[in-house]
Write a protein of this length. Structure first.
Length: 205
């Protein structure tokens, strides 16, 4: 396809596509003349993933390039691929600053039997949230946190079920990213609605 069709099918303006080409985020097309090139479905899928990484995850162009390079280095490992796309795998080798609740998070991961990388950003996020709650006098009891984790396991299974049957790595990464990031507000809304329903069930005749 020509660049104009690539733009139409992806929803990305031609000027932006040219920018991605200059920055090395999108590989060049097959030259058909001195001023023309053709693009294929792989360009379309990569372009959609770039749009998802920059628009949905809000990554900078430089970080997006790092993610794409890392994805290219692990083409046959769907676990690593999804982790990179979703941000659950850190591109940096640096460990986050220790948090007072880091030990609690580690103990939870061990009790659950989860395989979560020691530098996974979500570990630090969870530890920070637990520390904040504790400082405000609302610590989360261990059994409560464990119950939330079990619910999260069920949600994760539903998430990954929606990727079954996808064979193209770029399509899998894009779908996972969109379903995860864009569905999070919907999951929060469902939680609020369920809380209202449970309150009505408990407190109203």
């Amino acid at each position: 396809m020509r660049m104009s069709e690539l733009s139409r099918r992806s929803g990305v303006p031609v000027a932006t596509i040219k920018y991605y080409l200059r920055e090395g985020l999108l590989p060049p097309g097959r030259q058909t003349s001195a001023t023309q090139a053709e693009y294929d479905d792989q360009h379309l899928r990569r372009l959609r993933l770039i749009r998802a990484l920059t628009g949905v995850r809000g990554l900078s162009v430089a970080t997006t390039r790092e993610v794409l390079d890392a994805l290219a280095a692990h083409p046959g490992d769907p676990h690593v691929l999804l982790g990179l796309a979703l941000g659950s795998v850190s591109l940096s080798g640096d460990s986050p600053a220790p948090d007072p609740a880091a030990g609690e998070v580690e103990a939870l991961v061990e009790e659950l039997g989860w395989r979560v990388h020691e530098r996974a950003p979500a570990r630090a996020t969870l530890a920070g949230a637990l520390t904040s709650l504790h400082s405000l006098g609302v610590p989360v009891e261990r059994h409560t946190l464990l119950a939330y984790a079990r619910l999260a396991e069920r949600v994760a299974a539903v998430d990954l079920d929606q990727l079954d049957g996808l064979t193209d790595p770029l399509e899998s990464a894009e779908r996972a990213l969109l379903l995860t990031v864009l569905l999070e507000p919907a999951l929060m809304a469902l939680r609020r609605m369920a809380q209202e329903n449970e309150s009505a069930r408990r407190h109203t005749p």
